[in-house]
Design a protein around this ligand. Sequence first.
Ligand code: ADP
Ligand code: MG
Length: 699
Amino acid sequence: MEKTNVPEIFGSMVFDDRVMRARLSSDVYNSLRKTIDENVKLNEAVAEAVAAEMRDWAIEKGATHFTHWFQPLTGVTAEKHDSFISPSPDGGVIMEFSGKELIKGEPDASSFPSGGLRATFEARGYTAWDPTSYAFIKDHTLCIPTAFCSYSGDALDKKTPLLRSMQALNRQAKRILKLFGTEVKYVRTSVGPEQEYFLVDKEMFEKRPDLVYTGRTLFGAMPPKGQELDDHYFGVIKPRVSEFMEDLNNELWKLGILAKTEHNEVAPAQHELAPIFSTTNVATDNNQLTMEIMQKVARRHGMVCLLHEKPFAGVNGSGKHNNWSMATDTGVNLLSPGETPYENAQFLTFLCAVIQAVDDYQDLLRLSVATAGNDHRLGANEAPPAIISIFLGDELSAILDAIKNDTPYVGREKVTMKLGVHALPRFSRDTTDRNRTSPFAFTGNKFEFRSLGSSNSIACCNIMLNAAVAESLKQFADRLEKAEDFETELHELIKETIKAHERILFNGNGYSDEWVKEATEVRGLLNLKTTADAMPRLLDQKNVDMLTEHKVFTETELNSRCEIMLENYCKTVNIEGLTMVDMVRKNYLPAIEHYLHRLAETTSLMKSVSPNVKCNYEIATMERLSELTDYILLRVRDLEEALENLKKYDDVLETSKAIRDDVLPKMEHLRKHVDEAEMLSSEECWPFPSYGKLLFSVY
Ligand code: ADP
Ligand code: MG
């Protein structure tokens, strides 16, 4: 491959600050900048000027079309392309793009899920430009990041509530900072999402209907070698994969995505890509793009990129780590312990706000990552449990203990912690350890939320996290603004917060059975194991109150979202069930029958040659396989019946419970027997590529 000049290509397909500064007049640039930084409304003349420059720039880069690029509730991105052309009087065309077209679009949105939000008579939602996320060019198309709403103003996408949640946090964080004597323009949350994925050979992939239809294998016996040797983690990257990564990095860099780290993961064929963090809405757009481009580039290299949370049973699934922090426009990370006692008091205030938020809204965080796919991971001894808790590390925990109990903290020197008086000891990043079993871990200057599934949009969890933290900050600000003596009140507030929410703090092994017992029975933490358990909590009164008060969602939007997410869960599992039935009836049973035929023929042939042969192997195999086909038939009928039964519910909540309690267990049962039959059958009779082939065929 040609050598790439990274600084030269980086962002070359993005209408970013460099381009704006160079191409826009200073008046236009300054007012756009004000819109981006301070959310000031953009006027029409400015929009016209920006649109004209954007068009010229895009055409120079070879674009012929433009699209409003948005994130409907399906979880993937959507786009509808229009070309720039407009007829000119001489019979030719001119390339046009107006300010109006930049600001607002009207895709026919009737086929996007809206959970009843959009009556059919007003099927046209509209998209509105989000100037805080830069426009970019992809496939000769100028893509304009937008929010997607209905005419009544309800959000039909994931970006609108995300932007609202960032506003909510901004408002409340500024109040707190003001109390500490700092006035800033804004506080923003930033995110660095680490993305895991699998790469499998395209030919193998296409032979597996389960992968094609559902993104995961629904059958498959374990290969003799899995991940037990740990020889894949950080191992040497195979040539084909390394070419893929190089190509992927180039594509991402052109789009201004800060792809930084790449390595092999724990499971064979599993890899990770991490970008450098950016502002949450930009990070969200970039992560959606990254997932899309990963899939596209993999195809170019004869592979398929699997983003499913659990493509293979018995092998680690894929997650996404949401590294999150809050920072001011002046570049101060509010989750970074400072140098002075005063800075440390401020750090502890924000830290406690997060602790309270995670405890009060465990349910919202859990449900923000709930999907049928991710249910296979959470709690399966490879990913954090479905129970939400916070890991702070020994040092920070000891400091909080000392504050809570008014006891001396024995760090480098023995001091009684009094906020605003004593400096916190500087704890090194290393001591904040690498507890991989915690769902929500403090890692020195940020929190890492690790429960996300690899295909989740990071918008969902960040909406909840931002909103919940905004709520704690609001409560803190309400109290502190009234205080006569700020420092004393703050000290009390922090002490009380630690006492009230220490149940959420846990530094131990999140995978252990003892933790599940302690968390649920002693501490009263939630253990919402499946999507069907978690999702309905969205509509609990306390959650509706908080999310509507901070104007992150309207009540109508919440109802629709709950419905859409549950519907999505049901549809996903239903397709999986139908795929299983199809594969069993059309392929597995006939394949086993075929092999049985061969065994029976061989046996009678051998016996006819010599009455002395015993044919023990043939007969034992035949007997067991024949028994298994009987079980498989019973199990597949059970599953068909369970799927048929779903039709009788007209309520999505009831359907989701039937999926959880009836369909999924029956799928599990069916699979067990088919996988056993695979182990007994000849490979050449088996209709689909094995786990071994799928996991180890890419070099
Ligand atoms: P690891 O978890 O493997 O130790 P890193 O320290 O490299 O990883 O960080 C993982 C991710 O966290 C990266 O995407 C990084 O950019 C991001 N990150 C680092 N600092 C912050 C921050 N202040 N806010 C949000 N994300 C951050
Ligand atoms: Mg990490």
